[in-house]
Structure formats: structure tokens, C-alpha cells
Design a protein around this ligand. Sequence first.
Ligand code: MG
Length: 153
Amino acid sequence: MRIGQGYDAHRLVPGRPLVLGGVTVPFERGLLGHSDADALTHAVIDAVLGAAGLGDIGALFPDHDPKYRGVSSLALLKEVVSLVKANGFTLINVDAAVIAQKPAFSPFREEMRRNLAACLGTDAVNIKFTTEEGMGFTGSGDGIAATAVCLLE
Ligand code: MG
């Protein structure tokens, strides 16, 4: 068994769609980034890579590479899962947490979960949502953070 953890955060800005777990959530601001800035999927990618000992998302998909501009992070996760499987690993489960003051994400939980599960090739995917009670950059709404752990065999 191998465990990996991932963390990511992106800034919330006007004029961008808010994409998390591959779901576009209606909100007046969205996450800023080179790709779709899907912080949840990025944290999951880093957890999977970490468990396999294969580095991190920035090394695999450089944010200065025009190829990845606006790319769906679910496509990157699929690529990572293929790589990890090619290295002889089986994915056991993923557990993730999104840290955001607003908006309320729980109505979108199952859709996000299904998106990630489809890429990961296992239904053992759990997503949690929490706030930091107004504290820090997630509390002020400056950004959204996500963490994830992944177990491989
Ligand atoms: Mg990121």
C-alpha cells in the first residue's frame, strides 16, 4: 500500500467560470489559472502522483506550456491515472476536501464525485466541503483550497 497527499489553491476572480471536480458551479467569480484551475482535481492529481512517487502536477503539466492552456483538469487526471496504472499500481480510494467560504458546493457533490470516479476508475471517491469560518484567504473569499489523499496498491 502507498499513500499520497495533495494540496492546491487558486485565486477567485471575476470573469472566470468556477470549475471544481469538473463541474461548472454558478458563481459570480471563478478560479484563476493556466488550465481550468480546478483546485479539487489538481489536489487529487497530486495525491495520486504522490502515492505513486511520480512527482507533481507542475512537473508533468508545466503552466507555461501552451498545450495546457484552458485544458480540462479531468483530462489531466485521466492521463495521470493511466501513467500510475502503467507503473503497476491499482487505485484503492481517494478522499478529498474543498475549503471555501462560498458558494455552497454540496448540491454538486455527487456530480463532482462521479466525474472524479470516472477518471480514477474506482467508485471509492469521497468529497467533503468545509469553510474556515471566515478566517484566512478562503474565509475572505480571495481563493479556494483543496486537499486530497489517495491510496494505491
Ligand atoms: Mg492548481
